[in-house]
Design a protein around this ligand. Sequence first.
Ligand code: PMT
Length: 426
Amino acid sequence: MGTLTNKRILLGVTGGIAAYKSADAVRRLREAGAEVRVIMTAGATEFITALTLQAVSGHPVYQHMFDTGAEAGDVQGRTSAAGGRMPRAAMEHIDLARWADIVLVAPASANFLARLAQGRADDLLTTVCLATEVPVAVAPAMNQQMWSNAATQSNLAMLKKNGISIFGPAEGSQACGEVGPGRMLEPADLVKLVSDLFTTGELDGLTMIVTAGPTWETIDPVRGLTNRSSGKMGYAVAEAAVEAGARVILISGPTSLPDPARVQTIRVESAQEMYDAVHAHVRATNIFIGVAAVADYRPAQKAGNKIKKTDETMTLELTRNPDILASVAALKPAPFTVGFAAETEDLEQQARQKLKNKNLDLVAANRVGPGLGFGTDESSLLLVEHETVTELPIQPKTKLARALIHHIAARYRAKKFATVHVLRRP
Ligand code: PMT
């Protein structure tokens, strides 16, 4: 698993000799786990063909504002493997802007930087940069005189002021024969810088436990009770927490997902095993997030052999499983404790009840319905706390998880500060 697993990178390629390195950049971004889509400006096509970038990215390349055929194979609303809706033909600038986690323009020519600094929307790439809410980074590449020119430098100052990350350039001999600053950074350096953009440091030095997936409660050697949780939400939360700087222990029920990078993953089957694994690690934990869909009951008896059918009906006696979340919240001292709730109705009310009954810091409630909740790539969350309610709208679970972790980090800090303040009061 790479550092960019499940990340969606929109790579803009503009006109410059360094465009030949874009193919390598795409390859390396994909090797790091990212899904990559490419937009080329008209100038870029003078240096490298769309076919090359299509071949290395595995997807058609976007070039024009109203190019209805660009994603001929992707129909409206289709969901990608990494989550998130695919761009729709003729609405590309909005859909591409929403699809991406990061926009990287490499190489970024002097002309492109000037247009971006002015907020122009005169081609697909500049329009997407204007329409997106996600971070935008540019890797300038140009002749050293053009780089040093006061106009370019003032454009760069404007871009920095507008929150755009500037990667490079490097110094050295240039394609034009001159020597100086203006060479595009090497693709390997760009991959590292893009990975760093996902690292917020909001949870530096903290330890977190996340539970994820379903549990499996054995009936007999071939049957069991379980549910439709895929683990996608919990794994996304674990990945987002690592990116925020936390040391993360993911305690997962049975899923088909690979272990996330840089996460200590402990695989369990039943609710009791999940409970035991949580309590083996929770004492040193600052934050606990229960995303798992834990079975409330298990069969009272596990049959040693496969149960044969005999009568027309059969009765299965169930016994209560321990409530992992409530047991963590009851610890003294307890970590900052976050529960999840999946509900079909009365979302806020149900969440508020769980918040109170289990004595939690926060409940992240998600609506269950067609395309939402169990097994899906997208979801929305209502963050219910004692004093406030915050809504996170429908989006890919990867993005939702990042927004949730950002929220939790702020609340954790506020609670810790308040506690220290009270302890110090004479
Ligand atoms: O895995 P995905 O396919 O991505 O789906 C994600 C999800 C829908 C499973 C997830 O977003 C979610 O909502 N998880 C909680 C599901 C739920 O309804 O849980 P609950 O109401 O049974 O429990 C509420 C809370 O108590 C949860 O935090 C749960 O982890 C915890 N709990 C419940 C029972 C139990 N015995 N122990 C627990 O810790």
